[in-house]
Design a binder for this molecule. Structure first.
Ligand SMILES: NC(=O)c1ccc[n+]([C@@H]2O[C@H](COP(=O)([O-])OP(=O)(O)OC[C@H]3O[C@@H](n4cnc5c(N)ncnc54)[C@H](OP(=O)(O)O)[C@@H]3O)[C@@H](O)[C@H]2O)c1
Length: 340
């Protein structure tokens, strides 16, 4: 006996990947429903070799369904996730709505799988922000060995992190550069994204940081250790899929680069590609469609006592969103629901 699974946001970037990953990983599905807005009623989406017709989230009855993977953004999540949860369906949510609620576990299965067991207070489990997810996969095994004091991270985030309209915006602006009569004004972003970089993701906070940067700080603390200090600068770059991060880590104990490389090679969810030669590192285009978080450029930071630098790349639609959500469902299944 398997699970009755709902994917809400099935016509979006993350929802489509959720359906792909559920099929690829052979998640024990007895029945599956693909939901989106009324605009997409009847739109066909793929689930393995099957085609599903999209249903309307607004009128869907969650009674009798086991797990709902949500990827619809905070507004619709606020309206529909509590309805699903009240009907007894466990919601695994990709929006930021409930991530900081102490009654909602925030889970990256490589880091804090045991946290899923706290799902029952609200029947909701939160998935972290895409840039946090890949970073904590890299940080956790190093923290377990040498205790991280402080992290300074700069991100290079792809446009797919802003939804399907942002992908169109990069594509249209890029074409318009070569055909200037075809003028494309920025709509999703505040400035041109084609052939440019934008040091601004999500809204500005009072202290001058952005909400995306704040999320990396708060989520790292909730997932790994409240004592870790994080300083983040989040930047949007003209890449379609795959987020990159330059990470500087200061440890309490000494950790040399060789040992760090060995630890990361053994750690779950990580692939180390670090050859110190031309092309001996991973770029975002190479991680698209992969499950792993790729680590390259591991090297000592000689300007502090116990410091390391590394380069971290992952598919933001997979580990940053859909894969992590399916891994949470797998962990919930193994530890709690025990079907399939
Ligand atoms: N992309 C990432 O890297 C990433 C990473 C982590 C978390 N997330 C989060 O995941 C969520 C989805 O992101 P995305 O990139 O997949 O966005 P997207 O490509 O724009 O897709 C949005 C999905 O939500 C549906 N939707 C929107 N409003 C709705 C409503 N009122 N009722 C029902 N369905 C509605 C859309 O359906 P229609 O097609 O019918 O409009 C579509 O299926 C967001 O909360 C985002 O913050 C994204």
């Amino acid at each position: 006996m398997g699970y009755k699974v709902v994917v809400a946001g099935a016509t979006g970037n993350v929802g489509r990947e959720m359906l792909n990953i559920l099929a690829e990983r052979q998640f024990p599905v007895d029945e599956i429903a693909a939901l989106a807005s009324r605009r997409s009623l009847g739109t066909e989406v793929s689930f393995g070799d099957k085609t599903l017709k999209t249903q309307d989230l607004d009128t869907f009855d969650f009674s009798g369904w086991d797990i709902a993977l949500f990827a619809v953004g905070s507004g619709p999540t606020k309206e529909y996730a509590p309805k699903a949860a009240a009907a007894g369906c466990v919601v695994i949510d990709n929006s930021s709505l409930d991530r900081y609620d102490p009654d909602v576990p925030l889970v990256v299965p490589e880091c804090n799988p045991e946290a899923v067991e706290g799902y029952a207070k609200k029947n909701i489990i939160a998935n972290p922000n895409c840039s946090t997810a890949q970073m904590v996969v890299a940080l956790k095994p190093l923290h377990d060995r040498a205790k991280i004091k402080r992290v300074v991270v700069s991100t290079y985030q792809s446009v797919s992190g802003s939804g399907k309209e942002a992908i169109d915006e990069l594509w249209d602006q890029t074409k318009a550069i070569y055909n200037p009569t075809d003028d494309r004004e920025p709509k999703v972003y505040t400035k041109q994204i084609a052939f440019n970089v934008i040091p601004h993701i999500d809204v500005f906070m009072e202290d001058g940081s952005t909400k995306e940067e704040w999320k990396m700080v708060v989520e790292t603390k909730k997932i790994i250790d409240p004592a870790i200090k994080v300083s983040a600068t989040c930047v949007r770059v003209p890449v379609f899929v795959g987020h990159s991060e330059s990470i500087n880590i200061e440890f309490e104990d000494h950790l040399d680069e060789e040992e760090a490389r060995d630890i990361l090679r053994e750690a779950p969810g990580i692939m180390v590609i670090d050859k110190r030669e031309d092309g001996g590192y991973v770029t975002p285009i190479e991680c698209v469609g992969d499950y792993a978080t790729f680590i390259s450029r591991i090297r000592q930071d000689s300007t502090i006592d116990n410091g390391l630098n590394l380069w971290c790349v992952s598919d933001n639609l997979r580990k940053g969103a859909a894969l992590n959500a399916v891994q949470i469902a797998e962990t919930l299944g193994k530890r709690v629901l025990k079907k399939g």
